[in-house]
Design a protein around this ligand. Structure first.
Ligand code: NDP
Length: 270
C-alpha cells in the first residue's frame, strides 16, 4: 500500500478478471479511485478487494457505450487522470478458418476500442493539463504464435497507436505507453493449456520457455502499469515495455542442445 496515485481517478477497461482486475487493485492500493469498465457490471466477480473498486458497464466495441461511460465517470468523479486500455480477446484460428467477422471482432475489441477510449478521455486530460494512458499490447505485437494472425495484427496496431498518441498528446502533458505481457496465467490462455491432455507437462514446458523459469502472474503486469501510470515514469512516453521473463530475448535452439539449460528452469509461480 502507498500513495503514488493519491487523488487520481483511473479507468481500467476489462477489469472484471485476469490482468485487468490485478491492475485495478494495484492502482487502488496506491490511492487511486478506480473505475472498472467491463461488459458486465460485475460487483460479485472473484477475489477480494472488490469494495475498493467502482464497476460501470462498458462495451469498448460500441462508441455510444464509451461516450456514456466516460460521461458517467466525469459526472460521478469529476476528472480522469489515468486510462488503462486492457480489455482484449483472442481467437485461435488459421488463416483458412478465420472469417472476416472474426477479424472485425478482434479489431473492434483490441484496437478500435483503445483508440475510441483515448478519443473520449483525452479532452478531459487536456482540461486538467495532464494524464497517462497505458495500453496493454503483447509480445505478439512483434512475435507471433501459430493461428494468431489477426490477434498479432491488433496488438501491432496497439503499439502503433501508442506511438501516435505519445507524439500527438505530448504537448498537452499526456503520456502514452504500452505494457507487452508475455505468457500470463489468466482465463484468456488457460483454455489453450487445457486443450492438452497432459497439463503438468505443458505447464513445465511453458515455464522452460522463459529464462526466469516460469510464466507470469497478473500482478506482475499490474506493477509495470502502476509505474507507467505514476509520476515515477514522468519522462517515459511512446514506449513498448515487455514484461515477459525474457522469453522474447532467448533465441530458440533445438531441444536436444537446450536440455541442460531447460533442466535448470523449473520455478513455481509467485
Ligand atoms: P481475460 O480474458 O482474462 O480478461 C479480459 C477482460 O476483458 C474480461 O473481463 C472481458 O469481459 C473483458 N472484455 C472483453 N471484451 C470486452 C469489451 N468489448 N468491452 C469491455 N470489456 C471487454 O484476459 P487477460 O486478463 O488475459 O488479458 C487482458 C489483456 O492482456 C488483453 O488485452 C490481452 O490481449 C492482453 N494480453 C494477455 C496475455 C496473457 O498471457 N494472458 C498476454 C499478452 C497480452 P468478459 O469476461 O465479460 O468477456
Amino acid at each position: 500500500m502507498g500513495n503514488r496515485l493519491s487523488g487520481k481517478v483511473a479507468i481500467v477497461t476489462g477489469g472484471n478478471r485476469g490482468i485487468g482486475r490485478a491492475i485495478a487493485e494495484r492502482l487502488a492500493d496506491e490511492g487511486a479511485l478506480v473505475i472498472v469498465g467491463d461488459l458486465r457490471d460485475d460487483r460479485s466477480a472473484d477475489s477480494g478487494g472488490v469494495e475498493r473498486l467502482t464497476f460501470m458497464s462498458l462495451d469498448v466495441t460500441k462508441e455510444a457505450s464509451i461516450r456514456a461511460f466516460v460521461d458517467g465517470v466525469l459526472q460521478k468523479f469529476g476528472r480522469i487522470d489515468v486510462l488503462v486500455n486492457n480489455a482484449g480477446m483472442v481467437i485461435h484460428k488459421s488463416i483458412d478458418e478465420q472469417t472476416a467477422e472474426d477479424w472485425d471482432r478482434l479489431m473492434a475489441v483490441n484496437l478500435r476500442g483503445p483508440f475510441l477510449m483515448a478519443k473520449y478521455v483525452v479532452p478531459e486530460m487536456r482540461r486538467i493539463g495532464s494524464g497517462t494512458i497505458v495500453n496493454i499490447g503483447s509480445v505478439e505485437g512483434y512475435m507471433v504464435n501459430p493461428w494468431h494472425t489477426a490477434y498479432a495484427a491488433t496488438k501491432a496496431g496497439v503499439h502503433g497507436l501508442t506511438l501516435g498518441l505519445a507524439v500527438d498528446l505530448g504537448p498537452d502533458g499526456i503520456r502514452c505507453n504500452t505494457v507487452c505481457p508475455g505468457w500470463i496465467d489468466t482465463e484468456l490462455n488457460r483454455a489453450y493449456v487445457e486443450m492438452h491432455p497432459d497439463r503438468s507437462l505443458i505447464e513445465r514446458e511453458l515455464g522452460q520457455l522463459h529464462p526466469v523459469g516460469r510464466i507470469g502472474a497478473p500482478k506482475e503486469i499490474a506493477n509495470a502499469v502502476l509505474w507507467l501510470a505514476s509520476e515515477d515514469s514522468s519522462f517515459v512516453s511512446g514506449e513498448m515495455i515487455s514484461v515477459d521473463g525474457a522469453r522474447t530475448k532467448k533465441i530458440s535452439l533445438p531441444a536436444i542442445l537446450d536440455e541442460e539449460y531447460r533442466a535448470k528452469l523449473t520455478k513455481p509461480q509467485p
